[in-house]
Design a protein around this ligand. Structure first.
Ligand SMILES: C[S@@+](CC[C@H](N)C(=O)[O-])C[C@H]1O[C@@H](n2cnc3c(N)ncnc32)[C@H](O)[C@@H]1O
Length: 220
C-alpha cells in the first residue's frame, strides 16, 4: 500500500453520526436493503477498495473471489466497528483511516472501487471519482449504491432546502439531493448497469436510489 500522502487528514470524528448510523443501517436492513447490498457486490473479483465503509455492513457480502479488500473510513468509531467486522470476514480485509479524495493505493492497482451511500457525503465528489480513476486498472470498474436527486422539480427543491439547512449536520455530512449519476458520468466513467428504485418504496426526498456499475475506460 502507498502511504506517502501523509499531509492528508484521514480521520474525522462525527460522534453523534458514529453512534446513530449503525442503528439507521439496521433499520434499512429490515426494510430490505441487504438484498441491494448483495446485488451491489455480486460478481466482484480480485483487489477491491471500499470508500467510506462505515461500520463494515457490506463486508459479509463480498464474494469469495475478492482476493483482498482495503476499506477506508474516516470516522473513528465506525472504523473501529468495521475493523472488528473485517476480523471476522471470510476474505482478507484491512480497514484504514482514509478519505475518498486521497486513496492509499498505487496507480492502476485495483479491480474495483465500491461506493455505498457515500457519494452523498464526500466533500469533493469530483476529486474522489478522479482518485477512483487513478487507482483503477484500465479495465477496472466502480460499483455504486446511492441515494440521489429526486425526479420531480418539487421534491428536488425540498432536497435543496434540506441540504442547505439541517440535513448535512444531522446525518454526517450527507446531501440528499446530489446527482451521483451525473457526477459519475462527468468523471469519465461509462455506466454499464443502472437500476433505479425507491427505498423506502414511497416518494420522499430520501427515497430515490441508484445501483449500478461503471467502467473506467481509457484516459482521453
Ligand atoms: C451513510 S454512511 C455509509 C456507510 C457504508 N458505506 C454503508 O453502506 O453503510 C457514509 C460514510 O461515508 C463516510 N465518509 C464521510 N466523508 C468521507 C470521505 N471524505 N471519504 C470517505 N468516506 C467518507 C462516513 O464516515 C460514513 O461512514
Amino acid at each position: 500500500m502507498n502511504t506517502t500522502k501523509t499531509n492528508v487528514k484521514t480521520s474525522r470524528r462525527r460522534p453523534l453520526f458514529g453512534r446513530m448510523y449503525p442503528k439507521m443501517a439496521s433499520a434499512m436492513a429490515e426494510g430490505g436493503m441487504t438484498e441491494r447490498r448483495e446485488s451491489l457486490l455480486a460478481g466482484l473479483t480480485g483487489e477491491v477498495i471500499e470508500v467510506g465503509a462505515g461500520h463494515g455492513v457490506n463486508f459479509a457480502h463480498y464474494p469469495a473471489e475478492v482476493t483482498r479488500l482495503v476499506a477506508v473510513e474516516p470516522e473513528p468509531r465506525l472504523r473501529a466497528q468495521a475493523q472488528a467486522a473485517a476480523a471476522k470476514a471470510a476474505i482478507p480485509m484491512e480497514v484504514v483511516p482514509g478519505v475518498g479524495e486521497h486513496l492509499p493505493l498505487a496507480d492502476h492497482s485495483v479491480d474495483a472501487v465500491v461506493y455505498c451511500m457515500v457519494l452523498c457525503s464526500l466533500p469533493d465528489v469530483g476529486a474522489a471519482l478522479a482518485e477512483a480513476r487513478r487507482v483503477l486498472k484500465p479495465d477496472g470498474q466502480i460499483r455504486f449504491l446511492e441515494h440521489v436527486r429526486a425526479d420531480t422539480a418539487g421534491l428536488a427543491r425540498v432536497q435543496d432546502v434540506l441540504d442547505a439547512t439541517i440535513w448535512p449536520r444531522l446525518v454526517g455530512g450527507c446531501h440528499v439531493g446530489r446527482d451521483a449519476e451525473a457526477a459519475i458520468r462527468r468523471a469519465g466513467f461509462h455506466i454499464h448497469r443502472l437500476d433505479r428504485f425507491l427505498f423506502p418504496p414511497s416518494r420522499t426526498p430520501v427515497s430515490f436510489h441508484i445501483l449500478g456499475t461503471a467502467v473506467r475506460g481509457g484516459d482521453e
